[in-house]
Design a protein around this ligand. Structure first.
Ligand code: NAD
Length: 266
């Protein structure tokens, strides 16, 4: 199992879903974890759940679209645990709909959270990660949650695919900019298929709305999209994040790891 002992991680959107599973897995791998999220009750509960298991975890309330919230979250990492090694830009939103019916306001909201949030997080985290990673053997790691929707187009997903495509290429630019020993920070993106979280349920709800099928039928349709015949589990994405955060992936930067049960192999 990958080892994150002595590493400090900040996970945006870590109160639930994939981010929550990443918090679990990084704690289990030995990291000290700061969970950040808009949802303070869920975030506090998640941190409490982890500390009650003997792990080191705290929560900070955080809106990823706000630059000052990022400064505060990074400060929380250094004040609480003494620095930062791993940033997981996980917070994200999803909606779908035809381009003709997508308002500029909705498009901007998608980009504000999914793209500007990743930019602001990366910008705020690099100086803090660099303090610990530069000229050391063990690199810092930035992990961005893109999607299979960031690898190709999809009808009725113009705003979401554009935002996740932007995350994919921003990750590669980050990787190239931060590869030198002056930084020693790796950056990679993860591209999940449909994962069984609240966001995954939004995909199911859309099928129900569009086809009038029942919940079980719609879930079966989503399962069948994946050659492995099921939704992905948040834990399966989380293990990928642990790998990318750990020294097991020490020569991997600027890449995209697809966790999609085979969808994009078709
Ligand atoms: P989720 O909706 O279950 O959880 C997202 C979390 O992000 C929530 O806790 C939410 O409060 C938080 N968040 C949203 N906006 C925020 C903001 N402005 N500031 C701080 N926190 C905010 O979603 P999930 O399924 O866990 O998705 C996590 C990431 O994985 C997202 O970036 C998503 O796009 C990506 N992803 C998900 C799927 C999927 O099928 N679930 C597939 C591909 C990619």
């Amino acid at each position: 199992m990958a080892d994150l002992k002595d590493k400090i991680a900040l996970i945006s959107g870590g109160a639930r879903g994939i981010g929550g599973a990443i918090a679990d897995a990084m704690c289990a791998a030995g990291a000290r974890v700061v969970i950040s999220d808009l949802l303070d009750k869920e975030g506090e509960d998640k941190a409490l759940e982890l500390t009650s298991k003997g792990y080191q975890a705290t929560f900070v309330k955080h809106d990823v679209t706000k630059e000052t919230d990022w400064s505060n979250a990074i400060l929380h990492c250094s004040d609480t645990y003494g620095g930062l090694d791993i940033l997981v830009n996980n917070a994200g939103i999803y909606f779908n709909g035809p381009i003709e019916e997508t308002s500029l306001e909705a498009w901007k909201q998608m980009f504000s959270v999914n793209v500007e949030g990743v930019f602001l997080g990366t910008k705020a985290a690099i100086p803090e990660i660099k303090k610990r990673s530069m000229k050391r053997e063990s690199s810092g790691s930035i992990i961005n949650l893109s999607s299979i929707a960031g690898l190709g187009g999809s009808p009725n997903h113009g705003a979401y695919t554009a935002s996740k495509g932007a995350v994919r290429l921003f990750t590669k630019s980050t990787a190239l900019e931060c590869a030198s020993l002056e930084y020693n920070i790796r950056a990679n993106s993860i591209h999940p298929g449909v994962i069984d979280t609240l966001m995954g349920s939004q995909v199911v709800d859309t099928i129900i709305e569009q086809t009038g099928s029942g919940d079980n039928e719609a879930r079966a349709q989503v399962s069948e999209l994946h050659p492995l015949g099921r939704f992905g589990k948040p834990e399966e994405v989380a293990q990928t994040a642990v790998f990318l955060a750990s020294d097991d992936s020490s020569f991997i930067t600027g890449t995209e790891l697809i966790v999609d049960g085979g969808i994009t192999a078709k």
